[in-house]
Design a protein around this ligand. Structure first.
Ligand SMILES: [Zn+2]
Length: 75
């Protein structure tokens, strides 16, 4: 199985089965940090590989911060 390193977190990722390394041009979400990557394979060779978007902060943390901020303004 082919493995690549995530451009955002540097962890080694196993390529999912749906990615056909003989001919693939599309996106992949890092299973570790959820960053969005774009890669292109032709005949098992990685021709293009770039980071599209780093994972956004987790929603529960953001909600918590907004709630606290709003509370401070009101009190
Ligand atoms: Zn990652």
């Amino acid at each position: 199985m082919l493995e690549i390193e995530c451009l955002a977190c540097d962890k080694t990722l196993e390529l999912p089965k749906y990615i056909n390394t003989d001919n693939y041009d599309g996106q992949l979400v890092c299973s570790k940090c959820k960053a969005l990557l774009h890669l292109k394979f032709v005949k098992d060779e990685l021709l293009k590989y770039k980071l599209i978007e780093r994972a956004r902060p987790r929603t529960p943390v953001k909600f918590e911060i907004e709630r606290v901020t709003r509370g401070e303004i009101l009190s």
